[in-house]
Write a protein that binds this ligand. Structure first.
Ligand code: HEM
Length: 130
């Protein structure tokens, strides 16, 4: 008697894998979306309103602020890219160079933050909290 072997369709086994991929993609979209919204609302403000009134306490410290927010934006945008190219082993030469760029951006952002906090007009306790 002949036996028929029915194997599960290829898609059935990968169903939960696909759901996981979609969940991970949505989580990343959320993280990157929040970063973009933050930059649009709080960072772009200073590029669009370059005047003493808009900058208020940051005007005398605008060099530190621009270093902090420009490098911070670069770090925010290159950070998730590192996970994407690294975990997927996509274009590792590109991954290495954007990784270096990320480290430089983080370093410059920290220098800007230290410059800002050293010259802050806010309460020291509040700045330490940041
Ligand atoms: C752990 C990371 C960070 C630290 C420790 C930090 C620290 C600081 C400090 C000390 C100030 C100045 C507070 C003051 O004296 O007025 C500041 C302001 C600011 N930072 Fe950051 N920062 C960080 C990350 C970021 C990132 C990633 C961005 C976005 C690119 C960013 C955007 C800003 C902006 C826009 C201001 C001006 C705030 C305002 O408009 O009132 N920061 N930050």
């Amino acid at each position: 008697m002949a036996h028929a072997t029915i194997s599960a369709p290829l898609g059935a086994r990968t169903g939960s894998h696909r759901a996981k991929q979609v969940a991970v993609a949505l989580a990343w979209a959320g993280v990157v979306g929040l970063a973009v919204l933050f930059v649009l609302k709080y960072v772009f403000f200073y590029y669009r309103h370059y005047d003493p009134v808009s900058f208020d306490p940051y005007w005398p410290r605008r060099g530190w602020l621009f270093l902090h927010i420009s490098a911070g934006t670069l770090a925010l945008l290159t950070g998730p890219l590192q996970f994407w190219t690294g975990l997927g082993q996509r274009n590792l030469t590109f991954h290495r160079w954007t990784g270096r760029l990320y480290l430089v951006a983080v370093g410059a952002g920290i220098i800007g933050a230290v410059g800002l906090s050293a010259t802050t007009t806010f309460e020291w306790g509040a700045v330490n909290g940041i």
